[in-house]
Design a protein. Structure first.
Length: 544
């Protein structure tokens, strides 16, 4: 746990890792708080507004019952348990039960189609699956292709569906089990969870993490969340718990500290509803992905309409820029702290407005406990101010154990002593890292190397622009030219005059060589399930 200090330097000097040899996420995030005090752990709000509250005592009892049921149906230590659900109590219970059993949780995004689902379940060799009736319908068509899948738990199946071979109703299955369960004595390095990458390049890879990954996340959660759990009453994120941002940046770190979590996952993100939710429940801490922030930015007069209780807001996944930082101060009442990481090695860089002003264009400084450097392709550290690969020195408690059943890809992820993130950045003399882009996102135009982030941020400063994405397109003269794909705000119409106006806006505010020589107005931008722009789809787009 980070101790509040008055400077970043003292924060770094006063930190040291304390990772025990034996450690279990399920015990740490739940059982240690189940002391009979009825401490609140979870508020679950459904789409109709109805709410259910769970204490840590209840979660311990229910997850013990589920662990016993898993064991009875043949799930052994080290076997994989798929969790194909949105933010629900059953999602959390399945995670806790899997960890306490010594099994490996495999979170699966609720909107996955059958192909994505089949690949992940087959690749992981999942022995059990917890899902709902929508998930059960998808599984039905691929069940024959999943020979390892022994048992399916459905949280809301009708009796006929639950009677299918290998399928059982979740809650009745728990009622028949004991609430006494002795958690498996796991080592901190024992496997706990496989989180599949979003697959923006090639097939998704399963990042295998040990139980220590939760401890490894704590500094990177506490720093951008204003020395969390200081002043924390309720934590919420719209990010699905199937992704590392929802699971290990919010749910499990909150429970490590005994802070309750609000579960409310919108089927389609609604900016007004998000403001209303946070105001009604008195949410004090939140992780809001950049896409959510950009949509919330379109809400009129939020500070007047909603009485927020926010103490900290963190964001990560895409660079924010000055427009969103300034909007956050006005609309949310706090400075949004950017953080940086990836599925394989998360939250290793962060801003912390309680210690230092964010440096616009950067993604922060190294989080205590993590050694960050800009390295070349061989893992050699480059001088400050030099562009190169963002690298994290190994070993590191938050770092993955490796890619599931893919040792070659695991080896390729490392260069020398560093895990190479695949992102390009520059570190200045003060230790701030500026994110340039993915290796394959950097645009080479007339000899210049151009990152899409600053251009997108500049475009958002134009009143007509609601969302923007920038890519490089092939050009015989310049190698590549900058092309912008823009979603317009209401009240603006596409046209040549608007194109020239936007181009001038970038030329005069950013740089003449970085303005978009081509602009396409679109209704929406292609994004991954985690809200990251899929630039390869834009690069393959036809037309102006």
């Amino acid at each position: 746990m980070l101790c509040r200090t008055d400077s970043y330097e003292r924060l770094i000097e006063g930190f040291s890792w304390q990772v025990p040899e034996r450690y279990n996420i399920g015990v740490d995030a739940c059982d240690k708080w189940a002391d009979g005090s009825a401490r609140l752990a979870l508020i679950y709000e459904k789409h109709d507004g109805s709410q259910t509250r769970y204490t840590f005592d209840e979660l311990k009892s229910l997850s013990n019952r589920l662990a016993n049921s898993f064991a009875k149906h043949g799930v052994a230590r080290g076997e994989r348990v798929g969790i194909f659900l949105p933010q629900t109590p059953e999602t959390a219970l399945a995670h806790l039960a899997a960890y306490k059993l010594g099994a490996i949780a495999v979170p699966l995004f609720a909107l996955f189609g059958v192909e994505a689902l089949q690949y992940r379940l087959s690749n992981s060799g999942a022995a059990a699956l917890v899902t709902d009736k929508q998930g059960l319908e998808k599984i039905a068509s691929i069940r024959a292709a999943l020979p390892d899948l022994k048992s399916i738990y459905c949280i809301d199946a009708d009796p006929a569906a639950a009677a299918a071979p290998g399928v059982q109703s979740f809650w009745p299955a728990l009622q028949g089990e004991s609430d006494a369960f002795e958690p498996v004595d796991t080592a901190a390095d024992d496997p706990a969870v496989i989180i599949y990458t979003s697959g923006t390049t090639g097939k998704p890879k399963g990042a295998l993490h040990g139980h220590r990954v939760l401890l490894g996340h704590l500094p990177g959660v506490e720093m951008p969340q204003a020395f969390f759990p200081e002043g924390a009453k309720l934590f919420w994120t719209p990010a699905d718990w199937a992704w590392i941002g929802g699971l290990l940046d919010v749910l499990l770190p909150a429970w490590h500290h005994g802070v309750p979590v609000l579960a409310r996952r919108f089927e389609k993100f609604d900016a007004d509803a998000a403001f209303d939710l946070m105001a009604r429940h008195g949410v004090t801490h939140t992780f809001l992905p950049p896409t959510a922030l950009k949509m919330m930015r379109a809400v009129e007069r939020p500070a007047e309409r909603y009485r927020l209780a926010l103490r900290a807001v963190a964001s990560g996944g895409e660079s924010l820029g000055v427009e969103l930082i300034e909007w956050g101060r006005a609309a949310l009442g706090v400075t949004i702290n950017e953080f940086y990481g990836q599925t394989e090695c998360n939250v290793v860089l962060s801003s912390c407005s309680t210690l230092f002003e964010p440096r616009i264009g950067s993604i922060g400084k190294a989080v205590p406990g993590h050694e960050i450097a800009i390295v070349d392709d061989a893992g050699r550290v480059l001088p400050r101010g030099t562009e190169g690969n963002i690298g994290v020195r190994a070993p590191d408690p938050v770092m993955f154990l490796g890619y599931w059943r893919n040792p070659e890809a695991t080896r390729e992820k490392f260069a020398g002593d560093y895990l190479v993130t695949g992102d390009v950045g520059v570190m200045d003399e003060d230790g701030f890292v500026r994110f340039v882009g993915r290796n394959d996102d950097v645009i080479t135009s007339a000899g210049y190397r151009i990152g899409p982030g600053p251009i997108e941020d500049c475009l958002l400063g134009h009143p007509a622009v609601r969302m923007a994405a920038v890519v490089g397109m092939p050009d015989e003269t310049r190698t590549e030219i900058v092309k912008a794909f823009i979603v317009l705000n209401a009240g603006f119409e596409p046209g040549a005059a608007l194109v020239r106006e936007i181009q001038t806006h970038v030329k005069t505010r950013l740089a003449a060589h970085e303005y978009p020589r081509e602009i396409a107005f679109v209704d929406s931008l292609p994004m991954t399930a985690t809200g990251k722009i899929i630039r390869r789809e834009l690069r393959s787009a036809k037309g102006p």
